[in-house]
Design a protein around this ligand. Sequence first.
Ligand SMILES: Nc1ncnc2c1ncn2[C@@H]1O[C@H](COP(=O)(O)OP(=O)(O)OP(=O)(O)O)[C@@H](O)[C@H]1O
Length: 277
Amino acid sequence: MTRLDVREVTVRFGGVTAVDKATISADGGQVTALIGPNGAGKTTLFNVITGLQKPTGGKVFLDGDDITHTPTHRRARHGIARTFQRLEAFGSLTVEENIRVAADAVRAKNTKPAQVTRGLIQRIGLERYAGARADSVPTGVARLVELARALAIDPELLLLDEPSSGLSEAETESFGELLRDLAAQGRAVLIVEHDMGLIMRVSDVIHVLDRGRLIASGTPAEVQADPLVRKAYLGEEDPDESEEPAETEEPTESEEPADSTLVMPAADDEPESGGWF
Ligand SMILES: Nc1ncnc2c1ncn2[C@@H]1O[C@H](COP(=O)(O)OP(=O)(O)OP(=O)(O)O)[C@@H](O)[C@H]1O
């Protein structure tokens, strides 16, 4: 079932078109990824979905309701939760208190905030850090605290901005499993992430933005095979232009990612079908 429906959203900052008529959706029960090189417009589109950024054009629907002009705080009540690229936890509070604050803020009729908090600490594996000040824990743990805070409101749509940065390989692995579990509960999970290994493992659907435009949508296999995606990430030749002699191309350059920040998975993560892009 389609939870989030983003239709033809455009965002302009003066002369810069950060998002250009982008149409994406996220379904309940699925992990949906939004990927693209740096500056592609991913965070800006996230901000439109959560209400932090007014779109220049287009609409956002949640469960069929037009929420384009709904204020951010009311979107939370509609069941949208988000984590940020920059960590937002209260540093002087403990990990447990941080989660409790979120659980208290949205206490549902029949839930006990203390119970919700303890449940999340256990589920996300934060027991060891529950009593530690949030500003004293490693970045990876702080990201999990952010996730726990977002989950405290029991969201139908969970938006995660770069959640795996700072996580070790083992932590990323179990984080991926957690994402699958969250989707299996019926939630729609929308994730912006540079770790392609994680994205390819956990996503049901991937939307690819490049310079504000949606250039591909599909399964991980479809997206990896898409010529426009390969071009955006690797600077590969567009097949429509491939008959042109590549006179100016340096022979070694075509194997290097155009965007050096794209995190390629370690060799042992590679699928049997071959490389990622
Ligand atoms: N407040 C702003 N004012 C002006 N330009 C902006 C603003 N926010 C974003 N931009 C521009 O919009 C474009 C998209 O930026 P955005 O941060 O959404 O991309 P991104 O895909 O999230 O990038 P990254 O992967 O680096 O986080 C960029 O060219 C950026 O410089």
